[in-house]
Design a protein around this ligand. Structure first.
Ligand code: CU
Ligand code: CU
Length: 651
């Protein structure tokens, strides 16, 4: 109740402000011991108020939805598929018991029929990355190889072992999980997984002996002896037990240290394409790096760039980036694009040639000093140009960011965020940057009423942005879910008040624009289940759907026909009985969201010509503005009311 009352104080700016303020002051005076009758009375008043036509037309409405228990999943990742269904990926769902039992879940949910079904999930895709491919499939890469072990939970010293092979001939050799490494001092360590060593490379020089370069791989090892006996701070060479003769000389391990320190999550290199038609995953080439918390960003040429993440031994990938070719279905290492980012960096494909924009928003892991400065990254030269002016630059972890209005504006907003790691600091800052300016820099925008980590941003068909959810403290600690939503208006750089969502959403939550023009929100993974932080929380499995004010303004325009495919630079007619009243047409790329990053979402303004019974639309010719793929075509009338979207493919 307190959260609701506080939301009401912050939000209600209309006829009833006085009454609500009185209620809030009384509530504050009485602290949490509100007389039940008073609470009930204000609650009933509130319930009545938020369902009046005038309120709906100004603030919209939220509706909570509970799925049948057999298809409830922990929504770690969510995407809108070109079939109109929603893909919800849990993997193990941040649930160690599910991980241990190998229970990995994916739900395909149809928001039109309300039906959903689980589909087989081939690996623990929990905390991987994703991006849409030109053919409408969703590339999903990375995931969880092992859960973290916190301080005090580590019983056996462990560390990363680099294994080398100096023997250039013969085939690759695979060693099983449990393979022993023997330290110079005799301590033994076991490999936590299988590992494979390629032969060393041998280059025959024109004169002189051939040059042999050892191959290497890496494996996580754990001491056989429990406790401090296995701890060492000494860099050392380790023998592989069971090898003899030349093998013993050629194949060995190298490790920096073995410790009882906290052990972070470990990533997977697995990649899959999810087919929205067959609703199945298909395995494609592995990434060169294992990645947990990576960002996948589509490039102008239809390839996908993967950056950052924690690797197979739980260390943050140190700038080794790679690209996926959807035709060959393989990943290629890109040493020419070496650049370090913290985990889940927000990287947007800009309208500039070969240029990505790092908004500065990120989520999860990495030291405070490295890779936190926003900027433009030129992929042709690997030059990075910082973009200055961001307020609260130390509060960008768990910030939200997205395009402001249509992508033709080349304007990005950064919303909220918090301190690095488990910090209680957060900000309500909204800053925007015009990337088309000669020297782009952030400028101050309006502020959210409270500090907001984990805000989800959704671009709506009328060019506004819904900013919803979040919490002021880390993972909603101390009952700090915000329970508020705002609508950002790009034309005058202001916020208006949206209705309050019922369900609080913090870590591991998403918000997606549906083809119907509503916004579906899901997930939330609080650290604690009570405001005193005494009990563990359960993962929020309720869905809540927001109907924006434009759905309460009377009849919607309808689009009754038109082509399924629309090339860049081409025009086509879409039939509509409302042609005379159509004001705008937008192609909106469907969301693929996780961890406050939703890089797919973009809205493209189409030139329109009103005809008799039809509207002709023209797609911009620039590939950087309109990446190939599937889009929702919305036509919006002169009152700002959008049609239901039609799916259109841009080849
Ligand atoms: Cu309220
Ligand atoms: Cu996560």
């Amino acid at each position: 109740m307190m959260a609701r009352a506080r939301g009401a104080v912050a939000q209600w700016g209309h006829r009833n402000r006085k009454m609500i303020l009185v209620a809030a002051v009384v509530a504050a005076l009485l602290a949490i011991n509100l007389p039940p009758a008073w609470t009930l009375a204000t609650g009933m008043w509130h319930d009545h108020e938020i369902h009046t036509p005038a309120y709906l037309a100004e603030h919209g409405r939220w509706d909570v939805l509970e799925l049948p228990s057999d298809i409830r999943v922990n929504a770690i990742h969510a995407a809108v598929l070109p079939t109109g269904k929603v893909l919800i990926v849990a993997g193990s769902g941040n649930d160690r018991a599910q991980f241990d039992s190998g229970t990995f879940k994916t739900l395909v949910y149809d928001p039109v029929t309300g039906q959903g079904h689980l589909v087989p999930t081939p690996a623990d895709l929990f905390c991987g990355g994703h991006a849409f491919l030109p053919d409408g499939k969703l590339l999903v890469a990375g995931g969880t190889k092992r859960y973290e072990l916190l301080d005090g939970a580590v019983t056996h010293a462990a560390g990363a072992m680099t294994v080398k092979n100096e023997f250039p001939d013969g085939a690759a050799r695979t060693f099983p999980r449990g393979t022993e490494f023997i330290a110079p001092g005799g301590q033994r360590y076991r490999a936590a997984s299988d590992f494979t060593l390629a032969p060393a490379s041998k280059v025959v020089a024109p004169a002189g002996p051939p040059v042999v370069t050892a191959s290497q791989t890496r494996v996580w090892v754990e001491a056989e002896e429990p406790g401090p006996a296995g701890v060492t701070a000494q860099r050392g060479q380790y023998a592989v037990a069971g090898l003899e003769g030349p093998d013993l000389r050629n194949i060995y391990g190298l490790a920096e240290k073995m410790t009882l320190d906290k052990q972070d999550y470990q990533g997977l290199p697995d990649s899959y394409e999810f087919d929205p038609v067959t609703e199945t995953y298909r395995r494609v080439g592995d990434m060169h790096e294992a990645r947990w918390y990576p960002t996948l960003t589509g490039l102008t040429n239809g390839q996908v760039l993967a950056v950052s993440g924690l690797d197979d031994v739980g260390q943050i990938v140190d700038g080794q980036n790679e690209t996926y070719d959807p035709n060959a279905k393989v990943w290629t290492e890109r040493p020419d694009l070496k650049r370090y980012f913290p985990t889940y960096p927000a990287l947007f494909q800009t309208g500039g040639p070969d240029t990505l924009f790092y908004s500065g928003a990120n989520s999860g892991y990495g030291p405070a000093e490295a890779g936190r400065v926003p900027g433009l990254w030129n992929l042709a030269t690997n030059q990075f140009t910082p973009v200055p002016g961001m307020r609260d630059p130390d509060l960008l972890e768990t910030a939200g960011s997205g395009w402001v209005g249509t992508v033709q504006r080349q304007k990005v907003m950064v919303v909220g965020g918090g301190g690095v790691g488990e910090s209680s600091r957060s900000t309500g800052r909204i800053d925007t940057v015009d990337l088309s300016a000669p020297n782009p820099h952030y400028v101050p925008g309006p502020s959210l009423p409270e500090g907001t980590r984990y805000p989800n941003l959704v671009t709506l068909p009328d060019d506004t942005t819904l900013i919803t959810g979040g919490s002021s403290d880390y993972r909603g600690k101390s009952g700090t879910d915000n329970h508020t939503s705002r609508i950002y208006h790009p034309d005058n750089d202001t916020l208006s008040v949206a209705a309050d969502p019922t369900v609080g959403r913090n870590y591991h939550s998403e918000a997606l624009l549906l083809p119907g023009g509503q916004v579906l929100t899901l997930g939330s993974d609080a650290l604690f289940g009570d405001p005193k932080n005494l009990t563990p929380a359960t993962f929020e499995q309720r869905i809540e759907i927001y109907s924006p004010p434009y759905l309460f303004q009377g009849a919607r325009p309808t689009v009754t026909g038109g082509p399924d495919s629309l090339a860049r630079g081409a025009s086509a007619d879409f039939s509509t009985p409302d042609a005379a009243n159509i004001a705008t047409a937008r192609l909106i790329r469907p969301a693929a969201a996780t961890h406050v990053t939703n890089l797919e979402q973009r809205s493209i303004a189409l030139d329109i010509v009103r005809k008799d019974g039809a509207v002709s639309v023209r797609v911009p010719p620039e590939q950087s503005l309109v990446p190939a793929g599937f889009y929702m075509l919305f036509m919006t009338d002169t009152h700002g009311v959008p049609s239901v979207a039609r799916w259109v493919r841009v080849p």
